[in-house]
Design a protein around this ligand. Structure first.
Ligand SMILES: [Zn+2]
Length: 168
């Protein structure tokens, strides 16, 4: 039986190159890998179910629902899980994309960047540099620098659920 599967599998792949199936397989592979990595992390008992879904399981909050979407106060956005400072309010801008947007992190190393192939084309996932909690994705070269006169042409698209804002 095993021999039969081994024999037929490459032929089936060549005969039916179903791109969606391949993308799904990659998604599950990536998710499995990510969830096994995240199982070693410590998660704050005070996190809401939504925060845990986003930070730990890499879910995305629904657009235009996040607590910090329209926040314009001066302060620092910290990781909701481990309290590491992640973004300054100075770097926040209105991208009208449905999630809070920042053009850069508060300091080098505050966040980490990871290739995410769960959707095609692949995106760059951003995580808390200390606890590894999922924040969102970063998109480069969309034209925000020119449009809003920003120092960088990056959009860090961050879930409000991953953040805890501290007003200064
Ligand atoms: Zn963290």
């Amino acid at each position: 039986m095993n021999k039969l599967i081994r024999f037929h599998a490459p032929i089936l792949r060549r005969t039916f190159p179903d791109r969606r199936s391949i993308a799904l397989a990659r998604y599950w592979h990536t998710s499995k890998k990510m969830s096994s990595e995240s199982s070693d992390m410590k998660w704050n008992d005070g996190l809401t179910p939504l925060q845990l879904m986003v930070l730990k399981d890499k879910a995305t909050e629904r657009p235009n629902t996040g607590a910090y979407l329209h926040t314009k106060d001066t302060g620092v956005y910290h990781c909701a899980n481990c309290d590491t400072p992640l973004y300054s309010s100075n770097a926040k801008f209105d991208a009208r994309c449905g999630w809070p947007a920042f053009y850069e992190e508060v300091s080098p190393g505050a966040i980490t960047y990871h290739r995410d192939e769960s959707l095609m084309p692949a995106r760059v996932e951003i995580c808390c540099g200390k606890c590894g909690g999922h924040l969102g994705h970063v998109f480069e070269g969309e034209g925000w620098k020119q449009l809003l006169n920003l120092p960088k042409d990056s959009r860090h698209c961050v879930n409000s659920a991953s953040l805890n804002f501290k007003k200064e």
